[in-house]
Design a binder for this molecule. Structure first.
Ligand code: SF4
Length: 192
């Protein structure tokens, strides 16, 4: 695993659980408002040692409930399923923050996970203007359908900003309601 950051303790990244967050290096998209630009390159300059992090997590058994893989985009890395298994063997629940970039990989990963926070940025056709990647909207919304069918607890997050006009935001919120999405969190874009 290529790890670009680690937060040893948080109460806000996995609903209702005390968690550590592992920030995975690399993302295939380039959203203008990205709050973790140092994590976008697949090869970061200051990577953390995954095995050393596992040792840290082992010492935190009984103090933490869960480990969240965030990013960047965790599903970019083919080593992620094995990393999730190793964390689960330590007795932690595992959460995933994802933008849904790789729905087929997500489908294979879902049986290993306990909770997912999915970033839905906009209506599908408007994604490329934000991410710079054709077809990105279809991928993210396919991931949403996979989550809805999985029975796994999840929430959808949408970052607010000038890229998302009020009228489209209203349509997005209504669509999430109509799809029965249990939690749709609206979060302001962080100012740089
Ligand atoms: S998908 Fe997330 S991590 Fe990737 S560029 Fe967009 S905001 Fe940043």
């Amino acid at each position: 695993m290529r790890i670009g950051g680690f937060v040893p303790f948080t109460s806000i990244d996995y609903p209702g659980e005390l968690a550590a967050v592992v920030f995975c290096q690399g993302c295939p998209w380039r959203c203008g408002y990205c709050h973790n630009p140092h994590l976008l390159s697949a090869r970061g300059s200051e990577l953390l040692d995954w095995n050393a992090l596992l040792e840290v997590l082992e010492r935190r058994r009984g103090l933490l409930d869960a480990v969240v893989f965030s990013g960047g985009e965790p599903t970019l890395q083919s080593a992620l399923p094995e990393a999730v298994r190793r964390v689960k063997r330590l007795g932690f629940k595992v959460g995933l923050h994802t933008a849904g970039c790789y729905p087929r990989r997500l489908a294979r990963l879902l049986p290993l996970l306990d909770w997912v926070g999915l970033d839905i940025k906009d209506l599908p056709g408007h994604y490329p203007a934000l991410t710079g990647v054709p077809g990105s909207g279809e991928r993210a919304w396919r991931s949403l359908e996979l989550l809805r069918q999985s029975g796994l607890p999840f929430e959808v997050r949408t970052t607010l900003g000038c890229h998302l006009p009020q009228e489209r935001l209203a349509r997005l919120v209504a669509t999430m309601k109509s799809k029965g999405v249990p939690f749709h969190r609206l979060q302001p874009a962080r100012e740089s």
